[in-house]
Design a binder for this molecule. Structure first.
Ligand code: FNR
Length: 368
């Protein structure tokens, strides 16, 4: 392996190392994968307006998320089945995030339980929740996460059914037999059966509650004292409803382009959501973040922080914990450099005037 100089390089290594079924599961998007491509390309259409001759000898990237202080506005998104990428799976990710001083979000469909991840050592961790039809299962799981010291719930709201990921259908995707959905092990829901399409799509169809609606956000809040982040908002209308429903924050996400194809890139949807939230709750973003410049662009458009998904899984596959540490370090270093070269010394300096979107460029004069 030559020197890795950016997070995207892990993808090719993961492709070489992993069985096709696993790699395809991690890499793929829904249907035509238009949104998958667009999640990256939309970042490349945003340009900088750097300021010069500003003392950038000291740069402060620290921030706080729901009151928890972290070293940088770069966090780890929930991704399922991490032990399929590396035997250390979620443990490695938890340790790497903690070493980087940032937050890891553990998937409901992790191959390690909330208790096991908590036992890896200290760290600020959020728990991503899929709402099963059986609400007793959900209540139990939320309580276990709370007891294990998880600090917030990321409620995924874009998955009443699984998007069509054609690679998984062709591969008849199923979790390898030596792995289980550890959080559900004792409940007889830990195994995913072979199906004549994607085994995960069948699991979702059988287990996940399609009736989930805004009133359930209130229900969820009634069973836990953890704050709730609504993950999967891409419109102003839903941003307003999230505020009204008592959510503690919003994650602008299209599930890494794995659900509805032809939704805009998250970076394109971010500004309308931020405007609708009116500063009442923080707005975060995930989807296609691969460079420190992407982090900066998201913050300039009003995000309070970002999450990364695939780079973590690909780095895990390549190098386990060391790989995830390296991903977080590279993003941090690139982000710090972007701040310096743009003339920003704190996150508060990163504002809308620092970038030019396509919309801005179509206007006669830049907005100042
Ligand atoms: C995901 N994502 C996801 N989201 C969620 O709420 N629960 C989950 O279990 C998973 N699992 C999952 C697996 C894999 C392999 C991927 C790629 C994604 C979505 C994830 O949290 C996040 O929204 C995206 O991954 C962000 O996009 P990028 O960074 O992968 O481009």
């Amino acid at each position: 392996m030559g020197e890795i100089t950016n997070v995207m390089e892990y993808q090719a290594i993961a492709k070489q190392k992993l069985p096709k079924m696993a790699y395809d599961y991690y890499a793929s998007g829904a249907e035509d994968e238009w949104t998958l491509k667009e999640n990256r390309e939309a970042f490349s259409r945003i340009l900088f307006r750097p300021r010069i001759l500003i003392d950038v000898s000291k740069i402060d990237m620290t921030t706080s998320v729901l009151g928890f202080k972290i070293s940088m506005p770069i966090m780890v998104a929930p991704t399922a089945f991490q032990k399929m990428a590396h035997p250390d799976g979620e443990y490695a990710t938890a340790r790497a995030a903690s070493a980087a001083g940032t937050i890891m979000t553990l998937s409901s469909w992790a191959t390690s339980s909330v208790e096991e991840v908590a036992s890896t050592g200290p760290g600020i961790r959020f728990f991503q929740l899929y709402v099963h039809k059986d609400r007793k299962v959900v209540e139990q799981l939320v309580r276990r996460a709370e007891r294990a010291g998880f600090k917030a719930i990321a409620l995924t709201v874009d998955t009443p059914r699984l998007g069509r990921r054609e690679a998984d259908i062709k591969n008849r995707f199923v979790l390898p037999p030596y792995l289980t959905l550890k959080n559900f092990e004792g409940l007889d829901l830990g195994k995913m059966d072979q199906a004549n399409d994607s085994g995960l799509a069948s699991y979702v169809a059988g287990q996940i509650d399609r009736t989930l609606s805004w009133k359930d956000v209130k229900w969820l809040q009634s069973i836990t004292s953890m704050p709730i982040l609504v993950k999967g908002v891409v419109t102003a209308e839903d941003a307003r409803l999230a505020v009204q429903s008592g959510a503690a924050g919003i994650i602008v996400s299209n599930h890494g382009a794995r659900q509805l194809d032809y939704v805009p890139a998250t970076i394109s949807a971010l500004e309308e959501v931020v405007k609708a939230a009116q500063g009442r709750i923080p707005v975060y973003l995930d989807g296609g973040v691969r460079r420190g410049t992407d982090v900066f662009k998201a913050l300039a458009l009003g995000a309070a922080g970002i999450f990364v998904g695939r780079p973590v899984v690909f780095a895990l596959a390549a190098e386990g914990e060391a790989g995830v540490r390296n991903v977080l370090r590279m993003l941090r270093d690139e982000f710090e450099l972007t701040m310096a070269l743009s003339g920003c010394t704190t996150l508060a300096d990163i504002n809308r005037s620092r970038i030019l979107t396509e919309g801005d460029r179509l206007r006669p004069t830049p907005r100042l």
